[in-house]
Ligand binder design. Structure first.
Ligand code: NAG
Ligand code: NAG
Ligand code: NAG
Ligand code: NAG
Length: 196
C-alpha cells in the first residue's frame, strides 16, 4: 500500500518535472534571439488615434529647358520624337507648391519616376514619393504607386504608405491638370490619407 502510494507520488513528481521542463523549453524557444517576429501592442509604438488628413498642393513637371525638373532616362523617343511613347521613362524631382504659381511657397517635392506604360492610351505608371518640407509634415513622406491616365480630367492614385507623420498611411490622391504647355504641366493634387 505505502509502496504503491510512493510509486504514484513518484509518477506525479516525474510528470510535473516533464511538464515544467517542456514549458521552459517552449518559453525559452520563444524568447530566443532566433525569433524575428512577434505580436506587440500599438501603444508600444506610441500609436494613439488614427487621423484623416487632407493635403492640397500643385505639382510642377518641367520636361525641358534650363529649369527642367523631369529628365528622360530611358525609352525610344529620346532619339527624336517630340511626343513620348510607350516605354519612355522620366526621372522627376518636381516641386510641390501651395499655389499654381511655381514661385509660391514650396511644400515639398515629388521624387521618383513616371513611365509611359500603355501602347494605346496616354497612361503613366507613377512610382514616386511626396517628400514634404513644410510645417508639421517637414521630413515626412507619402508613397504613390499608381496608374495615371493623364488626359482624364480627374485621376485617382493610391497612397500606399508613408514615413514620419505618415507612418501606416493609406489613402488616395486626386489629380487634376491645372494647365499644360509642351514644357510645363501644373497639376492640382488633393490627397486624403489615414495615418497616426
Ligand atoms: C528658370 O527659373 C528662374 C527662377 O524661377 C526664372 O527666373 C527663369 O526665367 C526660368 N527659366 C526658364 C527658361 O524658364
Ligand atoms: C529611333 O531611331 C531608330 C533608328 O534610327 C528608328 O528606327 C526609330 O523609329 C526611332 N524612334 C523614334 C521614336 O523616332
Ligand atoms: C532630331 O532631329 C533633328 C532634325 O532632323 C536633329 O536636328 C536633332 O539633332 C535630332 N535629335 C536627336 C536627339 O537625335
Ligand atoms: C525642415 O526640416 C529641416 C531638417 O530638420 C530643416 O533644416 C528645415 O529648416 C525645416 N524646414 C522648415 C520649413 O521648417
Amino acid at each position: 500500500m505505502a509502496a504503491s502510494m510512493l510509486k504514484t507520488q513518484c509518477f506525479i513528481f516525474y510528470l510535473t518535472i516533464i511538464t515544467l521542463f517542456s514549458t521552459l523549453a517552449v518559453s525559452d524557444h520563444r524568447s530566443n534571439s532566433d525569433v524575428f517576429g512577434k505580436d506587440i501592442s500599438p501603444s508600444s509604438l506610441g500609436l494613439k488615434r488614427e487621423k484623416l488628413s487632407h493635403l492640397h498642393f500643385y505639382f510642377h513637371d518641367i520636361v525641358s529647358g534650363k529649369n527642367a525638373t523631369a529628365i528622360h532616362v530611358a525609352g525610344t523617343s529620346s532619339n527624336n520624337s517630340s511626343l513620348p511613347l510607350f516605354g519612355d521613362i522620366y526621372m522627376i524631382d518636381d516641386p510641390l507648391t501651395i499655389n499654381p504659381d511655381i514661385n509660391s511657397k514650396t511644400v515639398g517635392k515629388a521624387q521618383g519616376m513616371y513611365a509611359y506604360s500603355s501602347q494605346t492610351e496616354m497612361s503613366l505608371l507613377m512610382v514616386l514619393n511626396f517628400a514634404f518640407t513644410e510645417g508639421k509634415y517637414n521630413g515626412s513622406t507619402l508613397s504613390v504607386l499608381a496608374r495615371n491616365e493623364v488626359l482624364n480630367t480627374l485621376r485617382e492614385m493610391p497612397i500606399v504608405g508613408g514615413t514620419g507623420s505618415f507612418r501606416f498611411a493609406r489613402g488616395y490622391a486626386q489629380a487634376r491638370t491645372h494647365s499644360i504647355t509642351l514644357v510645363h504641366a501644373i497639376v492640382e493634387y488633393n490627397v486624403f490619407v489615414f495615418h497616426y
